[in-house]
Ligand binder design. Structure first.
Ligand code: TDO
Length: 182
């Protein structure tokens, strides 16, 4: 397992060690001991989520507020996405920084997004199955978000605007300047 730091403090790209043979492949998609040793983070994951998206689907930018904040370990089981993290932690050295990374079932990369960051992704392949672990339970009342095209962050979502598919909820998300606290 290889861990690479990103420009967001506490946000990592993780490449599992893959064993290939004539049957196919095997890898540890999460190993708590190695994860803690190599990242220094100690999340206690309590919920696993999975979503399927078609090309152009953009989910984000999401977070949960206050005591309901979630760290996430995300990966792609099928297809390809560009994953995005935005550091919204007041006082963080990397406050306001954006990390984007291509995750796919081919490269098998994972991203670890610490609590206090907004998260989103865009689906680049015809279909993508996205899977992630969270260290806090879903809480509808604590849901927060920022509109994907907020000029503060200027994220390049790679696809043309007319290709994007967002939920009604995500289209109504506020600008960063008007959002509630993380
Ligand atoms: C996130 C979530 C949603 N739901 C329900 C609420 C809703 O009816 C339905 C779909 O929810 P959403 O539209 O919010 O799903 P989605 O837009 O995929 O939300 C996810 O986006 C990515 C980028 C994240 O980072 C996640 O934390 C989560 O916010 O599923 C749960 O029951 N549990 C959960 O943990």
């Amino acid at each position: 397992m290889k861990v690479t730091k990103t420009k967001i403090e506490g946000c990592f790209v993780i490449e599992p060690k893959v064993f290939e043979d004539e049957r196919g492949y095997f890898f540890e998609s999460f190993n708590q001991e190695k994860f803690e040793l190599l990242t220094g983070a100690k999340p206690f994951f309590v919920q696993d989520n999975q979503s399927k998206s078609v090309r152009g689907v953009l989910r984000g930018l999401h977070f949960q507020t206050g005591q309901y904040a979630q760290a996430k370990l995300v990966q792609v089981l099928q297809g390809e996405v560009m994953d995005v993290a935005v550091d919204l932690r007041n006082g963080s050295k990397s406050f306001g920084q954006v990390v984007t990374h291509i995750l796919s079932s081919e490269n098998r990369k994972q991203m670890y997004i610490p609590r206090g960051c907004a998260h989103g992704f865009i689906t680049l392949s015809e279909k993508a199955i996205f899977s992630y672990k969270c260290d806090n339970f879903y809480n509808k009342e604590a849901e927060g978000g920022i509109i994907y095209n907020d000029s503060t962050f200027g994220i390049d979502w790679l696809l043309e605007d007319h290709e994007l598919i967002l939920s009604e909820k995500d289209l109504q998300l506020p600008a960063y300047s008007e959002s509630t606290l993380v």
